[in-house]
Write a protein that binds this ligand. Sequence first.
Ligand SMILES: [Zn+2]
Length: 140
Amino acid sequence: MMVIYQTVMIPITMAERKRWTKQARTILDIIYTNEESLTASGIYDIAREAHPNISLGTVYRNLKRLDEAGLIRETTSNGVSVYFKHPFSSAHLECEVCHSIIPVDIMIDVGDINRRTGHVVKKWDLRLIGTCKECEGRCI
Ligand SMILES: [Zn+2]
């Protein structure tokens, strides 16, 4: 049986999930079920509901390990680290006024790029910089 996280192309088998601690799995689930970007302290606040004794240090350690394993991605929003789903969903709309970052689904044919260029794409990070609808509304 596989757990396929929504909107993500990475299938995570139950065997792979079992390699991670309960706390790491909770953090993974928090990141994958939130559409918004989350800071480590935001993740910590949610994780404490399931694991009242979890420490912020444990959250940071697990975020680092999950990032290294390619299951999540760390990026920065206005100088603060925020965490998102798997790298292949790493396309974001960034507002240059309020610095909000919103994930957006964009399909890129990585296989085609690899075939045409000989390059082996492992992940991508796309920022579409502009003005969010709230900030754009204020300017009118
Ligand atoms: Zn904005």
